[in-house]
Design a protein around this ligand. Sequence first.
Ligand code: FES
Length: 102
Amino acid sequence: MSDWIKVGKLSDIPRQGSRIINSDEGDIALFRTIDDEVFALRDECPHEKGPLSQGIIHGKNVTCPLHSWVISLEDGCALPPDEGCATHFPVKLEDKNVFLKY
Ligand code: FES
């Protein structure tokens, strides 16, 4: 895992929305909650690789657009009764700039 990389500004991500970062390891989805927290997960649902970036964000969770599993943005894991985790990545905000480690 590399050092912190600046990937944009908080305002680049819509509230309760997402933005995709293309990395060598595949697409990473940045999610912004209604409280302006930012989380990063690989843009693949642990179920059948649905695009989590197109899901609905509620609280600190995202509901997958394909079969409605609910995935925690904090650790990338599905809420019970479903099982499995999407890779999650460390994110930090500094002066409204978003930094990611991947
Ligand atoms: S692919 Fe996400 S719930 Fe099925």
